[in-house]
Design a protein around this ligand. Structure first.
Ligand code: NAD
Ligand code: ZN
Ligand code: ZN
Length: 343
């Protein structure tokens, strides 16, 4: 059973399909236990990723057990519990050697995009040795699903790119799952202030509970940031929405010498006020998630130092997958963050 894309603006379909098999010696086939839905899946359904053909199995996040491995896979065996990375990587090509797994010449964002994904009973994982992670003992496998994509994204594209450091001041624009994962991982670096900005009051309440020192709706963001930073602005400003307005707002919220880390996926162009940015010594960073921080995040989850489970608001059986999409698509009415799918 698998959920397949049916072309732009059509609902996805639950289909019975042949079970995936090992095709290459470096493949593994995983029996899924848990999966989830990403904001990117909603973009796909709207037709925003036109290279994805109808019939493609959706999904790039998941946790399961190894069902079979190719002859070249030596670090995993049948029955091993594993976390699936949203990025497939060989670990040996020129980009992988530089930690740029998202640019792997035989991988990158493959699942639910270039090949069939994880919203299915079984999935084939290419480059399995470097694209799967063994589950440490005692780890909550539901919380673990949050490490396939949103936690490495919030940490790598947001917190690390923005150089969040002890005592620094941080603003995070967008309190969706990615912005909240950035909020949680930013605290690993002990900033003095974290201002979360979102028009959705419910998400601001969640942000407060997860450690935000200040929250603000977009219209009050400048006042709150100025109030919290003696009018200087924030050293690290993370854009976790993906629209021109928020990228513009980040440029107003950043302090002299600060960094804007763009995390959001922008379908359109956004303005750069180069004169102001130059005058304030601002660095701007962007990147795709590489999931190179996954081993570190796994250790923190095992040590109960990463409250990833707090981002799961709804749980569905796989048979109710369409309802799960509906709930996730109406996130603000449904007060939904991540919806967990039990396969
Ligand atoms: P989401 O849609 O669930 O969350 C976005 C949040 O932004 C929502 O809470 C929404 O209320 C808020 N928002 C809307 N308008 C706003 C405004 N004017 N000011 C402040 N907040 C506003 O998305 P998500 O799943 O949390 O992902 C966030 C972004 O990260 C998306 O653009 C996604 O595509 C991107 N992403 C990037 C990577 C990467 O590799 N760089 C990986 C995964 C996701
Ligand atoms: Zn995703
Ligand atoms: Zn590679």
């Amino acid at each position: 059973k698998a959920l397949t894309y049916q072309g732009p603006n059509n609902p996805p379909q639950l289909n019975d399909l042949p079970k995936p098999e090992v095709q290459n010696p470096t493949d593994a086939v995983i029996k899924l236990k848990f999966s989830t839905i990403c904001g990117t899946d909603l973009h796909i359904l709207k037709g925003d990723v036109p290279t994805i053909p109808a019939g493609r199995i959706l999904g790039h996040e998941g946790v399961g057990t190894v069902a079979s491995v190719g002859a070249g896979v030596t670090n995993f065996k049948e029955g091993d519990p594993v976390l699936i990375s949203c990025i497939s990587s060989c670990g040996t090509c020129e980009y992988c050697k530089r930690g740029m797994y998202s640019h792997c010449v035989t991988g990158g964002w493959s699942l639910g995009n270039k090949i069939d994904g994880t919203q299915a009973e079984f999935v084939r994982i290419p480059n399995a040795e470097n694209s799967l992670y063994k589950v440490p003992a005692g780890v909550d496998e539901q919380a673990l699903v949050m490490l396939s994509d949103i936690f490495p994204t919030g940490l790598e594209c947001g917190v690390l790119n923005a150089k969040v450091s002890p005592g620094s001041t941080v603003a995070i624009v967008g309190a969706g799952p990615v912005g909240l994962a950035a909020l949680i991982t930013a605290q690993l670096y002990s900033p003095s202030t974290i201002v979360m900005i979102d028009p959705d009051e419910n998400r601001l309440v969640v942000a407060k509970g997860l450690g935000a020192t200040h929250t603000a709706t977009p219209d009050k963001a400048a006042d709150v940031v100025n109030g919290a930073t003696e009018g200087k602005g924030c050293d690290a400003v993370l854009e976790a929405v993906g629209i021109p307005e928020t990228f513009h707002q980040c440029q107003e919220l950043v302090a002299p010498g600060g960094t804007i880390a763009n995390v959001g996926v922008h379908g359109v162009k956004a303005d750069l006020h180069l004169e102001n940015l130059w005058d304030k010594n601002i660095a701007i960073t962007t990147r795709l998630v590489d999931t190179t921080t996954t081993p570190m995040l796994l250790k923190l989850l095992a040590a109960k130092k990463l409250p990833a489970e707090k981002l799961i608001t709804h749980r569905f059986k796989f048979a109710d997958m369409l309802k799960a999409y509906d709930t996730f698509g109406k996130a603000s009415q449904e007060k939904a963050l991540k919806v967990l799918i039990e396969m």
